[in-house]
Design a protein around this ligand. Sequence first.
Ligand code: HEM
Length: 209
Amino acid sequence: MTPETRIRRIVKPLVFVLCLTPLAWLVWRGLSGGLGANPIEAITRFLGDWAMRLVLVTLAVTPLRRLFGWPVLMRLRRMVGLFAFAYAVLHLSSYVVLDQFFYWPEIWADIVKRNFITVGMIAFLMLLALAATSTNAMVRRLGGKRWRRLHRLVYPAAVAVIVHFYMMAKADVREPLIYGAIAALLLGYRAVLGLRGRRRRKPTDTQTA
Ligand code: HEM
């Protein structure tokens, strides 16, 4: 089996199933009555947690590829990113459908008045822009440079997600701080790579002379 076939036939389906596992677990817990006293809150939070974790996994792809030299990771990034978006859509849907019963005036009031919802909405819109432009056709249409620039949105999106979680948590902020530290590490790594790249591209004095 060639490496290409191995990626297509084994690695990608495996990652696909892995990304679906939390959802299957949630459905199982729902069917077996394991969602606790407040199932709607449990569902919304569980889906939000996994959307956030998959955003962080997407951010970890470049550092891991560089550190361990696994080029295959780049081939999985789009799939994981789209799963992050899918969990974010389910998270938002569970808020709109289960929590608010499609009561739009209340939803709108929440978006405008409750800061953590406003920030969640901003994060969601950024993820939407990323998902909508994730196809090969969109890469071609925008051109590689513009597409890459647009896809840097994943960094502010990750920050907004962590801020959303932090603001929601109010009293016990230990968990958002742990996720925040992981995000800071990944963003810091990306910033260092960016600086190095820029320094390398900058013409030296001898070249400009
Ligand atoms: C319009 C967009 C969004 C809305 C309206 C929204 C709404 C909410 C609400 C109502 C909660 C609290 C749940 C509860 O206590 O009952 C929550 C928590 C959370 N949301 Fe969002 N959210 C949005 C976007 C996002 C996005 C894009 C992500 C991640 C990619 C996300 C991740 C989280 C996380 C991690 C939590 C905390 C879960 C926990 O306590 O373990 N949210 N969100």
